[in-house]
Write a protein that binds this ligand. Structure first.
Ligand SMILES: [Zn+2]
Length: 195
């Protein structure tokens, strides 16, 4: 039996309900804990298959993602496409991302960028910049979940396994704050440096 993305996120408990302070500084009643799903290889494989199948005709030569969740997604999507999987990470003391560890992208190589949860598009934009600095050609972007508030145009084809409605509030307009619901901080980032 093949599970839908909704069923996979449900079964893995990826969608947490409560009152959360997001990396963006906004508040939400929903938090996506991506590593709840990424810890299951069979679920990760199923989601990456959707991305791999969507771009299979594009003759992808390398799959690249941002740390940390993107490492797993790039690896598994690349495995299914039979190509290399690499990741871009923050340079020490900088907001820029680059390919370190002797990762290389040849000039004109066809690159698929993958990521877990799309919210602001910041991480993907940073990987786009990192690929551009190598001369590689980005032929598409694939994400597990698109929870962006408004569609983001990255200038290349985009695919998401699941599109969900973003529900986020400025702290001064948050109905949960108004109800006095305790605020929970989640994620590994501070509001000043998302992801
Ligand atoms: Zn709030």
């Amino acid at each position: 039996m093949t599970l839908t993305p909704e069923e996979i996120f449900e079964k893995s408990g990826t969608v947490l309900k409560g009152h959360f302070n997001l990396a963006s500084g906004l508040h939400s009643s929903v938090y996506w804990e991506k590593f709840r799903v990424l810890q299951y290889p069979e679920y990760t494989r199923a989601l990456c298959r959707l991305i791999a199948d969507h771009y299979r005709i594009e003759k992808i030569e390398v799959v690249a993602g941002p740390t940390t969740g993107g490492v797993i997604l790039a690896y598994e999507t690349a495995r299914q496409l039979g190509v290399r999987g690499i990741f871009a990470e923050k340079e020490p003391g900088s907001e820029l991302r680059s390919f370190r560890r002797d990762f290389e992208i040849g000039s004109g190589e066809r690159v698929l960028i993958v990521d877990d949860i799309l919210t602001t598009g910041k991480s993907i934009s940073e990987v786009l910049a990192a690929v551009a600095s190598t001369g590689g050609k980005v032929v598409g972007i694939g994400v597990m979940v698109d929870r962006s508030e408004t569609p983001i145009d990255f200038g290349v084809p985009f695919f998401s396994c699941l599109k969900v409605q973003a529900e986020a509030y400025r702290p001064d307009a948050c109905p949960l704050c108004a109800q006095g619901v305790p605020l929970v901080h989640r994620g590994t980032s501070t509001p000043q440096s998302p992801k």
